[in-house]
Design a protein around this ligand. Structure first.
Ligand code: ATP
Ligand code: MG
Length: 347
């Protein structure tokens, strides 16, 4: 199948640190499955990250490579997908600016994800406030049909559809209506049991953690605070280890058995923690091996970024020209326009 016949995917991550298990089950796992059947654009959104990291640019710089390495390590294939560095393609910023002209401020104000993120930050920058719209531009510039994301991103996809609909109605029907696709685990909790595993909360198991670190982190997880010894009947609900087992244990029948034994006081915390850290280390083993390969072959990381960004640049230029034409903000220098002015003057 030719690349252009395939449906398009645009999705991305902010380069604000190393990637973790939440990214894996919420997003990457889907990306890996979809990469062969879609024309995929995976964006490293360094411009978007500036919205709240403008005073820590070195963090963004380091994380661009970190994210690319994490993507390659989980098995994204740079030959059949396209890795993109956002800031190398100014057309994203141009489209975001143009779309801001048709976006009512109230539409941004009622975005629930943005609202809760703004509550957590003092003195939010204008750039941060504008990030949902920058995401809209990312999706529309690539004319994506599908956007695989975590649950927190759904309002941004809805916003994208609203703005695309509006643009298509006012100017010209050029943008497809993108659909969101949420991962198997829409929101993985943190190892501290808090609502979301998140770089900024520091409650993560990273894809690059060593076997030993994973074991240590799992050993520190809370289980059932009411249980004093392994023979006491345990509780499964609200038990962080079981939340993780639900997310990572593929044999559901065996897991049900384990839960039963736990509630009957027939299996101890040490045992379930060992099962979990073995599961996670099995999952991470091939990821660690691929990471080592790419660390030994840094030119392959560079090529993935450079070649991908060049491919994406072509698509970006095509779309932005189409947008400018649709909005009639091109061709001022057209000789016929100048002639018409001349005849008008002589009338
Ligand atoms: P930050 O705290 O800097 O915002 P983040 O950990 O939320 O970082 P993003 O780059 O904002 O990471 O998100 C990248 C993608 O990963 C998004 O699609 C997001 O929904 C998904 N994602 C992030 N954390 C989780 C999680 N704990 N569970 C499921 N999906 C997640
Ligand atoms: Mg986030």
């Amino acid at each position: 199948m030719n690349m252009h016949q395939k449906k398009r995917i645009l999705t991305g991550m902010r380069p604000t640190g190393k990637l973790h298990l939440g990214h894996y089950v919420g997003a990457l796992e889907n990306w890996i499955k979809l990469q062969d059947n879609y024309d995929c654009y995976f964006l490293i959104s360094d411009y978007q990250a500036l919205g709240d990291y403008s005073e820590d640019v070195s963090k963004i710089r380091n994380s661009v490579i970190e994210v690319a390495l994490d993507w390659l390590s989980v098995g994204l294939d740079p030959k059949s997908t396209t890795f993109v560095i956002q800031s190398y393609i100014p057309e994203y910023a141009e489209l975001s600016m143009l779309l801001s002209m048709i976006t009512p401020k109230s539409m941004i104000d009622r975005n629930p994800t943005l609202k809760s993120e703004m509550e957590r930050q003092k003195n939010v920058s204008l750039g941060f406030y504008n990030y949902p719209l920058s995401q809209v531009a990312d999706i529309l510039l690539s004319k994506a049909d599908l956007v695989p994301v975590g649950e927190d991103q759904l309002p941004h996809i809805e916003l994208t559809r609203e703005i695309a609909r509006k643009f298509n109605r006012i100017y010209k029907d050029i943008f497809p209506m993108p659909e969101a696709l949420v991962g198997r685990v829409p929101r993985l909790v943190g190892i501290d049991g808090r609502a979301k595993m998140s770089k900024s909360l520091g409650n993560c198991i990273y894809l690059s953690d060593s076997e030993k670190t994973v074991k240590q982190k799992v050993n520190k997880m809370y289980t059932d605070p009411t249980r004093a010894k392994a023979t006491d009947p345990g509780h499964v609900e609200g038990n962080v280890v079981f939340t993780y087992l639900d997310a990572f244990y593929s044999d559901k029948k065996e897991l049900e058995n384990l839960k039963k034994k736990y509630t009957q006081g027939k299996v101890g915390d040490v045992e379930i923690k060992n099962i979990l850290s073995d599961l996670l280390n099995d999952l991470l083993k091939p990821i660690r091996e691929r990471r080592k390969f790419y660390l030994d072959n840094p030119e392959k990381v560079r090529d993935a970024l450079v070649e991908g960004t060049l491919r994406a640049k072509k698509v970006a230029q095509e779309t932005i020209l189409e947008v400018r034409k649709a909005m009639n903000i091109t061709g001022y220098e057209d000789i016929n326009n100048i002639r018409i002015m001349n005849t008008l003057d002589n009338k």
